[in-house]
Ligand binder design. Structure first.
Ligand code: GDP
Length: 367
């Protein structure tokens, strides 16, 4: 009912009975003007998260609800993890509603990359994935780039209707909405943002001036992302914060690159050639001969090849190999949530190794 008190951080209903359940706040907190649940409080002050997450079923339920409304759907994706953050199947839920596709984290792409080129790439990729967005935008919520443009586009395309913002966790949805609010009203952060996937719970409604609302929906966790396999402290290492500096490697056949101990790229055949790595600047890339690679991993995973951490090795999934033949020039091998390697010319044979459960795929080059 409308008297329920909700957390200003995540929108979940506040309760004072059970500390182990969602929305717990000590009774004393209820006297405050803006109430924040204990989970958001800890997140804000200690970066300490208790895992409470939405199940895939809950998420489908939300998408279903959104599909039955008459609204504009704003779908946010992480441009650094486009496919991993895509939300496959959304187009089946949207009904007659228009979808505005917004790529976030544009600040991570090298500055030399043309904005319009990335937008065209997103349009093409969206179509291939079955979605026909009314428009495609590219923003940086963290840096506030192109936010005004996004605010104007949302206002134009919603044509007096509500707006539902959807996106998988960690795409920067909260950061984006906070920016949007700041842009429109000048108010500060009202939604919890953090490093950790899965921190926005339940729906949050932000009133718009014509009586309609912008509704933030909870994100679904993308289980195939590398982020779930690293120690929380190492998220800083694999999540780029700044413009990615591409690293170019001239490789001979039968050479291997390790990305920390999280993934491995084997160049099998195709003559000497160059490969461009778009990976967090903080993650160490180690080059070796293919024939030594297995042994190197065996002996040095957790130390020289880190993350993962030594302590984690027992539970860290084994690396699974997938082979690819590169048929077209400018093809990316994408390691979900970690980055990608661009193969500049056609004709190479590649093997990519990722922890069991993490996605690896090829696509037409983004850059
Ligand atoms: P949500 O789970 O989708 O609500 O995502 P958050 O807003 O909590 O952001 C997830 C992570 O992405 C945080 O570490 C943010 O700092 C980071 N982030 C959000 N927007 C941007 C952006 O535009 N650029 C970069 N580089 N990082 C961003």
């Amino acid at each position: 009912n409308s008297h329920d008190i909700v957390c200003v951080g995540c929108g979940v209903k506040v309760q004072t009975e059970n500390p182990a359940e969602l929305g717990y706040a000590p009774a004393s907190a209820l006297e405050k003007e803006s109430i924040i649940c204990q989970r958001c409080f800890k997140l804000k002050h200690y970066n300490d998260v208790q895992d409470v997450s939405l199940t895939d079923d809950d998420f489908l339920k939300i998408l279903n609800e959104v599909g039955q409304t008459d609204s504009l759907i704003v779908k946010i994706v992480d441009i650094f993890d486009f496919n991993g953050s895509w939300l496959p199947g959304l187009h089946r839920f949207v009904g007659k509603n228009d979808v505005l596709l917004i790529g976030n984290k544009a600040d991570l792409l090298p500055k030399s990359v043309k904005h319009s080129k990335v937008i065209n790439w997103m349009k093409e990729s969206a179509r291939e994935l079955g979605l026909n967005p009314i428009d495609v935008l590219l923003v940086s919520a963290a840096k506030g780039q192109h936010i005004r443009e996004a605010a104007e586009a949302i206002d134009e395309y919603r044509r007096g209707k509500d707006v539902y913002v959807v996106g998988c966790t960690n795409v920067g949805k909260s950061t984006f909405i906070n920016r949007l609010i700041k842009e429109v009203t000048g108010e500060g952060d009202i939604i919890t943002t953090s490093h950790f996937p899965g921190t926005t719970l339940d729906k949050i409604e932000i009133p718009l001036d014509d009586g309609k609302a912008l509704i933030d929906t909870p994100g679904i966790i993308n289980h195939h992302q590398m982020a779930h396999f690293v120690d929380k402290r190492d998220l800083k290492v694999i999540t780029p914060k700044k413009e990615i500096k591409p690293k170019i490697y001239q490789l001979n056949e039968q050479q291997t690159l390790f990305f920390g101990g999280l993934a491995r790229f084997d160049y099998l055949s195709g003559g000497r050639r160059s490969f461009t790595c778009y990976i967090s600047n903080e993650l160490n890339i180690h080059r070796t001969k293919l024939e030594n690679a297995d042994e190197l991993y065996e002996n040095h995973a957790g130390e020289m090849l880190t993350p993962p951490r030594t302590r984690q090795l027992d539970e860290f999934p084994e690396l699974i190999k997938r082979e690819f033949t590169i048929k077209e020039a400018k093809t990316d091998i994408v390691f979900s949530g970690l980055g990608w390697v661009t193969v500049n010319e056609a004709g190479a044979m590649i093997a990519a190794h990722v922890p069991k459960g993490v996605n690896v795929m090829i696509r037409k080059s983004l850059i």
